[in-house]
Unconditional design. Structure first.
Lengths: 384, 176
């Protein structure tokens, strides 16, 4: 199957998670696989927050090119002769623009049409991954690609030199000047925590638990408006040695450097989960809440997989902490959960690094995706 | 049932899963009612298929002409339905059984049962008076089809019972 031109469509719904994943994948496909990648975004101003190189307004005569990727707004789909390419990727089950669907329907030789799905560690994902469905409207076959951690799923995004970059950064001594540039003056010996969570996190209980159970200064870095707004009126008078810092919106590479520079990470969404995992640092995941508490099963599945080799006390503490942070147990349980986690501090450090290295042995998402596309029979798009 | 490129398919199995945010996906196993081939596909849960207009005809079950089950309407017209598209009707089949044959372009493709049917118990373990500790239900075999379901522990051989065909559950003993 020819694999040269990729058209990747994404939408910006409520946060930057979808475009974060799509942008990261696009850059990796361009940089590591030499593909011609076009990214189509439905909200230019929001995309500009993440991709700072974008101009204020898109120019149809001179499309933006960043990191080797062409970026265009959905509104310009009609101006392009071919907006489907060899590989057509729709991010997270979105509905493609009408013009794209029309082009897809008209093509005799269809592109490989991929629905890049949401990450889950649940068992059902293996039964759905790399399965397809025929779409009568376009007479094309849509393939479902599920990121995941089980052997027969799509893996996680991980640039081929990411671990090497991480290790080089960690031993380079660049963290202090980097943090200083971001306005973070970290007291000597402080525990550095990065908090990037959703609006409904039990922030007050969290701060109280951390501040009252720590015997050294706390430097808390707040990323994203939810976390920053939660503490906008915070009264730190009751706590000593606690400092809160609002982080600016940074590029994806700089976000990695922040993770590598911190001691404990509280992250949200799928892209940051993967980045926290690759950092090798202890982390706590705030999962995206879904209707009918569907996310509870997803969180449980991830925790079961991630903590499988943990010693029982560490596993119990880790799961309890996640249940408190994600509202499965009351906020009042957070203090006890954090206390139990502190008691496992050394083991937590060790197993965070261990699991990062273990998961990094798995083929990454981009390699699995490109391998799959290449194995497809070009005329029948059959795959066995 | 739906058509795809002019071919009629019946869904024989479905698995629904919530992926992320408000999205869901569905894995469907369906069978072609013309060629008999079976395939599995995954779709977004909001997938739309071409609506199929079906006819339904009241019939009674007449006899088994291997491999087809033969049904007859009030005008003595016969309709043959294959075992693999009989669905749950096979579990309750008995001669003279009333049902609806589903037709597509004049061809019988499946059978639909009434929501509730009465069947006789051919065999079940005898109930022992007073021995009800922990025993609320027991297994019973239906006369005719031989299908087994859980029934009240009070049911006996020869009892007639009402069954909800939509979920296959025992509803009640039918007292004559």
């Amino acid at each position: 199957m020819t694999l040269q031109i990729v058209h990747l469509y994404c939408t910006i719904v409520d946060n930057y998670g979808d475009i974060g994943v799509c942008w990261r994948l696009a850059r990796q496909l361009a940089r590591e696989y030499g593909l011609t990648v076009h990214v189509w975004v439905d909200h230019w101003a929001a995309a500009q927050q993440l991709i700072r190189e974008l101009p204020d307004a898109p120019n149809p005569e001179n499309p933006s090119r960043v990191n080797g990727v062409v970026i265009r707004p959905w509104s310009q789909v009609g101006a392009v002769q071919d907006c489907t390419g060899d590989v057509l990727i729709e991010g997270f089950g979105l509905t493609l623009p009408d013009t794209t669907l029309t082009q897809l329907a008209a093509r005799e030789q269809k592109p490989v049409w991929i629905n890049l799905e949401y990450f889950s560690a649940e068992d059902w994902v293996e039964r759905f991954h790399l399965q397809s469905g025929y779409d009568p409207a376009t007479r094309a076959r849509r393939w479902f690609f599920f990121p995941g951690v089980h052997p027969h799923t799509g893996g996680l995004l991980r640039e081929h030199d990411l671990i090497a970059q991480r290790d080089a950064w960690t031993s380079s001594g660049q963290a202090a000047p980097f943090l200083s540039q971001l306005g973070l003056g970290v007291p000597a010996g402080a525990l550095k925590l990065l908090c990037f969570a959703y609006a409904h996190a039990p922030y007050a209980a969290w701060l109280d638990a951390l501040a009252t159970q720590q015997d050294r200064p706390l430097s808390i870095w707040l990323a994203g408006s939810y976390s920053q707004n939660a503490f906008a009126q915070a009264d730190l008078a009751a706590y000593s040695g606690v400092s809160l810092h609002n982080l600016p919106f940074v590029s994806q590479p700089d976000f990695d450097r922040l993770l590598w520079s911190a001691d404990v990470l509280w992250v949200r969404g799928e892209d940051s989960l993967a980045r926290a995992l690759w950092s090798g640092k202890p982390f706590v995941w705030h999962i995206y809440p879904q209707a009918e508490e569907a996310h509870h099963a997803k969180l449980a599945a991830w925790l079961a997989d991630y903590t499988r080799p943990f010693p029982k006390p560490l596993q119990d503490a880790y799961i309890a902490l996640h249940q408190a942070w994600n509202g499965i147990t009351p906020a009042s349980t957070l203090a006890g959960a954090w206390s139990a986690m502190l008691a496992q501090w050394a083991a937590w450090q060790t197993y965070s690094q261990l699991r990062s290295n273990q998961y990094a042995q798995m083929p990454d998402l981009a390699s699995r995706l490109t391998s799959f596309i290449r194995t497809l029979n070009s005329s029948t798009q059959t795959y066995t | 049932m739906f058509t795809q490129d002019g071919e009629l398919f019946v869904v024989v199995k479905g698995e629904f899963s919530k992926s992320g945010r408000n999205s869901s996906v569905v894995k469907l196993k369906y069978k072609s009612l013309l060629g008999g081939r079976v395939k599995e596909e995954v779709h977004k849960a909001d997938v739309k298929f071409d609506v199929v207009l079906l006819d339904r005809k009241p019939c009674i079950y007449s006899y088994f002409a291997d491999p087809m089950y033969v049904f007859m309407d009030e005008e003595y017209n016969q309709f043959e339905v294959g075992a693999d598209t009989m669905g749950d009707a096979l579990l309750y089949l008995e001669e003279g059984m009333e049902c609806e044959v589903v037709l597509y372009e004049g061809q019988a493709i499946s059978v639909e049962m009434p929501n509730s049917i009465i069947r006789e118990i051919e065999y079940t373990e005898p109930s022992v008076r007073g021995d009800t500790v922990g025993k609320v239900t027991k297994l019973a075999r239906l006369k005719g089809s031989g299908h087994e379901i859980q029934v009240s522990a009070l049911c006996q051989i020869g009892d007639k019972i009402e069954i909800d065909t939509r979920d296959g559950e025992f509803k009640r003993r039918v007292i004559a």
